[in-house]
Each structure stands twice: as structure tokens, then as C-alpha cells.
Design a protein. Sequence first.
Length: 184
Amino acid sequence: MSYTALDKLIARMRFRAAYPHISRGSKVCDFGCGLHAAFLDFASEKIAEGVGVDDQVEPGMVGRWKCLRSDLGSPLPLEAESFNHVTMLAVLEHLPQPEPILREAYRILKPSGTLILTWPAAMVDPILNLMHTARLISSEMESQEHQKRIPVAQLVAMLRKVGFQGHQHRRFEFGLNNLLVASK
């Protein structure tokens, strides 16, 4: 099943939350970019160079974006300190062991670069499961694969352990989703 209109609407809400944190003329790596590197397209007027990484994307060029098919749990074939921003939009909740991926994000970020994360609150899972059963959203939403959510304080501690410095956190979509921006 391909993405539904509701899938795309939900994704755009995440994209709008992350968009203000992308600086103009930046180099962005989108971890978990999905099938079409849609966030890179959404923010294209701000992005000078973009790379999408996902275990489902077709490798090569998708429009003007380079895409890598890779498991995020593996080291990525990307140069250290080469990106202004790494985005992980609705990815964190799928990771049983997020610290290695956060370390990889830190490795490829330039000094003063930012990691931009969004993830849904746990209360969203039953709603997504119901919408999936009603075929309003595709299996690409993968809510059945969501991990137990990491409390924000614990996530911030993990980010500090990795090396990230400051952070900003806020909830959006009526508190159903989280946005966290951490600086290298």
C-alpha cells in the first residue's frame, strides 16, 4: 500500500515543525527519509545539498537528493562533520537502541550543527492502529513497530552523553507529538 492522503498530511505536520530549524543554504541529512525523501522536497528552498537515508528508499538520486539505502543501526558511508542538520522525523520511536544512531548523527554534523527530532507521544499508537485497521493510513506508518517512548529527560541525558550541548523541546499537534532540537 502506498502513502495515503492522511499519511501525507501527518508527515507535513512534522515537516512544518522541523522546517523553521533548517538554515538557508544548508546541507541536510534526513535519517529515515521514507520512500521519496519528502522532507527534503518540503524544505528544498532552504537546502543546498540533501541526503536521505532509509532502509526502504531506492538508492541513487531521487529528484535532486542523493539517497542511501541503509539500516540506521549501521555506520553510514558519510563523511564526518559534513552536514549542518540531521533530521529524524518520526524515526526515534522505531529504534530499540537509539544511542548508536544518535552517535552517527553527531559524527556527521559540523560543529554547531543541529539534530532535529520529532516523535509521537505513546498515546498516539492506539489511534494509529485504529486508523491503520480502517485503511486510512498505510502500513508505512508502522505503529505496530513503535518502541516504548523514552522520557524527554532521559533522551536529553543520552544526547549529552553522545556530545550534544543545548537543546530545545516542545510539543506540537495538541501535545500528540514532540520536537527536540539539539546542538553539536
